[in-house]
Design a protein around this ligand. Structure first.
Ligand SMILES: Cc1cc2nc3c(=O)[nH]c(=O)nc-3n(C[C@H](O)[C@H](O)[C@H](O)COP(=O)(O)OP(=O)(O)OC[C@H]3O[C@@H](n4cnc5c(N)ncnc54)[C@H](O)[C@@H]3O)c2cc1C
Length: 392
């Protein structure tokens, strides 16, 4: 049996930050990590960006402190005995813990067609498989118009591949951007050589000996050397649920990131927490949240009592366009757009119930804290009063 003062299930960015958080308070006790991936913690964002622009793989690693830390790779935690404080893995190994962190993240949704070799993109091994395919293949389908789909389409195009983007919405990023911006992005991606097919469903995908045949709505058949999907993700909460912890769109945690069991914490993409500025519970699938929350969870496991009040930001790169954003970017909210240069540089405010819930800083840099402060203000705000609050 392995025995750890601190045990972490999941070996992603949250796990790495938790180790760093623990070490700020407790420099030496034993830490164990159970990870079902075959690598130590690494940065996920470069998988769809920097690695395609020539950044070496060696820059991917998080540099998790390894002194008195054991990472059990290619190992899946299967059950938790909350009474005896033990975790059992898929090989029957038992891990005793003092404090447990669930940093199990999310898993990507898979397309319903079982054609072998479709890449539902999320991990380093997915990146490696796609890289390998690009060595021989020229022609790729990217399914999904959200973060992953748009970034992978841009990455493949920058690597001189022919790309067709297929998604059901009206425009790229339609769930978070104002409709005119999402439509502009369709044209922008097209101008880069991508065949953009919005409002398009898929009827079937079949693997042929050398290629994939994708039949889109209306019956047109398209052939590709590879198919990559980025169609959203679901929280890995089953382990927590089967241990009797409360779940509901993620694992529910309190302000100190404790689950409904006092010795078990959860953080990162899988955690459902109360955000005071938004006035609601939420789950965030972004790097800043994973890193900050992981660190707070680690400190609290080691004896501190820090509350998680952070308003996470996120970012994306789309060819030469890029942005930072804070809060809840929901295109169902009222959106107030202020462009200095239309669709090239500007600020979009997302209003709901007279509060600013989110801010999109489109090619506008260094304003993340100003956006956080605005979201924390009680308001009331209207489309008129919010204008000019953040200079574009
Ligand atoms: C391609 C890509 C690009 C991204 N780009 C950006 C970006 O530009 N900006 C941004 O803000 N965010 C970005 N993100 C999101 C960001 O990377 C995530 O928010 C962050 O990685 C979440 O970390 P996590 O550790 O909470 O979860 P995960 O990264 O999902 O890690 C959880 C790990 O736990 C493992 N696991 C689950 N259950 C078990 C179990 N029972 N036993 C053992 N292991 C288990 C999982 O397999 C996984 O390895 C991107 C994500 C991807 C995939």
């Amino acid at each position: 049996m392995f025995e750890y003062r601190y045990l972490i299930v999941g070996g992603g960015m949250t796990a790495d930050s938790a180790v760093k958080g623990i070490r700020q308070v407790d420099p030496s006790s034993r830490i164990g990590i159970i990870s079902d991936e075959s690598n130590p913690p690494y940065n996920r964002p470069p998988l769809s960006k920097a690695l395609w622009k020539g950044e070496p793989l060696t820059k991917l690693w998080r540099g998790t402190p390894m002194e008195n830390v054991e990472v059990h790779v290619s190992t899946t935690a299967k059950s938790i005995d909350t009474e005896r404080k033990r975790v059992v893995d898929d090989k029957g190994e038992v891990y005793a813990y003092g404090k447990l962190l669930l940093a199990t993240g999310v898993r990507v949704r898979s397309l319903p067609w079982k054609a072998e070799g479709i890449i539902n993109y999320r991990t380093l091994s997915d990146y490696q498989r796609l890289r390998q395919l690009t060595e021989k293949g020229e022609n790729f389908a990217v399914i999904g118009g959200g973060f992953t789909g748009s970034e992978i389409a841009a990455a493949l195009t920058m690597n001189h591949k022919s790309v067709t983007m297929i998604f059901p919405e009206e425009g790229i990023g339609a769930r978070i951007y104002p409709p005119p911006l999402a439509r502009y992005l369709n044209g922008f991606f097209q101008s880069k050589g991508i065949d953009v097919r919005p409002k398009t469903g898929i009827e079937s995908i079949e693997k042929r000996p050398l290629q994939y045949m994708v039949k889109i709505q209306g019956g047109t058949k398209l052939r590709f050397d590879g198919v990559v999907a980025g169609i959203g993700a679901t929280p890995n909460q089953e382990l927590a649920a089967s241990a009797g912890l409360e779940v509901g769109n993620g694992i529910l945690v309190d302000g100190f990131l404790r689950t409904t069991h006092p010795d078990i914490y959860a953080a990162g993409d899988v955690a459902n927490f109360y955000n005071p500025a938004q006035g609601k519970r939420m789950r965030v699938e972004h790097e800043d949240n994973a890193l900050t929350m992981g660190e707070v969870a680690g400190k609290n496991m080691a004896g501190e009592t820090a509350e998680y009040h952070h308003q996470p930001f996120f970012y994306s790169d789309l060819f030469e366009l890029g942005y930072e954003a804070v809060g809840d970017l929901d295109s169902r909210f009222e959106m107030v757009q202020e462009w200095k240069d239309e669709f090239r540089e500007g600020v979009v405010y997302y209003l709901n119930e007279s509060r600013v819930r989110g801010v999109l800083l489109w090619n506008v840099w260094g304003q993340v804290d100003a956006a956080r402060a605005l979201i924390a203000e009680n308001g009331p705000f209207t489309a008129e009063t919010v204008r000019q609050r953040i200079p574009a």
